[in-house]
Design a protein around this ligand. Structure first.
Ligand code: SME
Length: 155
């Protein structure tokens, strides 16, 4: 399995020549999903007003294409402006179910200074699948993506 540094290096190279925000998000979700077999669903939500709108994703279609700020684990991470890791989604009352197979989830805000542009959301079919390594990887990926996403966000 590649280290998070190796994955981030690949992503940095892929994003360097990509000025289209949507294409940059597509490359990021594909790269992350391919890099970690425990990731069953990887998607990006962009914050438009008070709503998170689903953008590119890899995995089964989600019923949650629009999530109000403060709802779900996604809405909580955006409202709190911080990464949320949930080891057992079925034990978390905030959880909005996407797939019955999902056991754990991590949501990482994509920030521009103190503004939330959106977030990277990853689900796993394994319980407690997300550790410190995943947090480091996904927070760094969010930072790489932020300047690219800003264009798509303004639309
Ligand atoms: N589980 C998320 C909803 C999004 S789906 O996982 C794709 C939540 O609780 O906010």
């Amino acid at each position: 399995m590649l280290t998070h540094d190796a994955i981030l290096e690949q992503l940095r190279t892929e994003l360097a020549s990509e000025n289209d925000g949507t294409a940059a998000m597509e490359k990021t979700v594909r790269r992350l999903k391919a890099a970690r077999p425990s990731y069953s669903w990887v998607g990006i939500y962009l914050l438009h007003g008070n709503e998170l709108v689903l953008g590119p994703f890899v995995g089964k279609p989600s019923p949650h294409t629009r999530i109000p700020l403060g709802r779900g684990i996604c809405g909580a991470a955006a409202a709190e402006r911080q990464t949320i890791v949930v080891d057992d989604v079925n034990a978390d009352p905030r959880y909005l179910a996407c797939s019955a197979d999902t056991k754990s989830e991590i949501v990482v805000p994509i920030m521009d200074g103190s503004d939330v542009l959106g977030e990277i959301d990853v689900d796993s079919d394994q319980p407690a699948a997300f550790g410190q390594d995943d947090r480091v990887l996904l927070e760094a990926a969010a930072a790489l993506l932020a300047p690219k996403v800003k264009d798509a966000w303004r639309m």
